[in-house]
Design a protein around this ligand. Structure first.
Ligand code: R5P
Length: 298
């Protein structure tokens, strides 16, 4: 394939998987800040007439998205045939409704920005809660990769007799699929969030699962409060320290060390966001949808 992959050094593992599997070329680029804070961009190899795959880490999107968009603009200006975005973590998905008068529904506005910049989008488990499909807000073709098969395979290999636990109703979609693939039972807790860091979790009766290893699963670990409260609750019920699995390891501030300090047996994540907890590789699952998107873009 004559496609080109543009990826920052922190996405090395996923970039290498795409380049190898698609038999395409990685082209280096430079972005840096001018003294006034604006971004300088230079692509250091040929992109004219070729499909360009921009692989991006979009955590802290307010800082990272604009340079990524300017990189895409540069590729297009240099004659790229198409410019697609592989964002293993898709930010700005959680504010999907107006909860108080005057609030912005920022997931929609961000979707407009991305749709106006790229020709297609591939991502992993976007936080679809009140929405059922990215097509509701994204106007470009998109493909969603599920992390569940990779998580199930990881659990099957490493955890004896697991009990999967989703910390809130939104997590049911992920936990149910992972449980199915791992051949394990699952339960879903009730979560009340009174603020960014004020979270209460209530579990259903778990007596019949005593003796199993609790495995908490959520899509996003941000402040860590959801996981921390669930770890505490599970431990109070007399279970051994749980294993915590997050698809997207945001870990804002001290969230990671706070979660470890709460007594989680182990904290692991998929490599959608570069983080020391990355243990589950979703790279191979990206290959087919990226290949299809590049092909469809012509
Ligand atoms: C939200 O509903 C998500 O599924 C996660 O439960 C949430 O984003 C976790 O956030 P935090 O780590 O800040 O509690």
């Amino acid at each position: 394939m004559d496609a080109v992959v543009l990826a920052p050094p922190e996405c090395e593992t996923l970039a290498a998987t795409l380049v190898r599997a698609l038999n395409c070329q990685r082209v280096d680029y430079e972005t840096r800040s001018f003294p006034d804070g604006e971004t300088y961009v230079r692509i250091e190899g040929p992109v004219a007439g070729r499909p360009v795959i921009v692989l991006a880490n979009l955590t802290e999107p307010d800082r990272r998205f604009l340079p990524t968009a300017l990189l895409a603009g540069t590729a297009r200006d240099l004659g790229a045939k198409s410019v697609g975005l592989v964002a293993p973590y898709l930010p700005y998905m959680r504010q999907d409704a107006r909860f108080a008068p005057g609030e912005g529904i920022t997931s929609s506005y961000f979707a407009r920005l991305v749709s106006g910049t790229f020709d297609w989008l591939v991502t992993v488990d976007p936080h679809l809660h009140r929405r059922t499909s990215l097509d509701e807000i994204y106007t470009i073709p998109s493909a969603v990769v599920r992390a569940a098969p990779a998580i199930s395979a990881w659990i099957r290999l490493r955890v004896h007799e697991p009990l999967l636990i989703g910390p809130d109703e939104e997590s049911r979609q992920w936990v149910a699929e992972v449980a199915d693939g791992a051949g394990a039972p699952y339960v879903v807790a009730e979560k009340l969030r009174d603020g960014d860091r004020d979270v209460h979790v209530r579990l259903p009766p778990l007596d019949r699962w005593k003796g199993r290893m609790p495995v908490l699963i959520d899509d996003i670990i941000s402040t860590g409060r959801t996981m921390i409260e669930t770890v505490r609750h599970v431990s109070e019920l007399g279970f051994p320290p749980p294993l915590c699995i997050g698809v997207h390891a945001i870990f804002a501030g001290a969230a990671y060390s706070d979660l470890v300090a709460t007594g989680a047996r182990e904290v692991v994540s998929c490599n959608t966001i570069p983080h020391p907890s990355n243990a589950i590789d979703i790279g191979p699952a990206l290959v087919a949808p990226v290949q299809a998107m590049v092909g469809d873009a012509g």
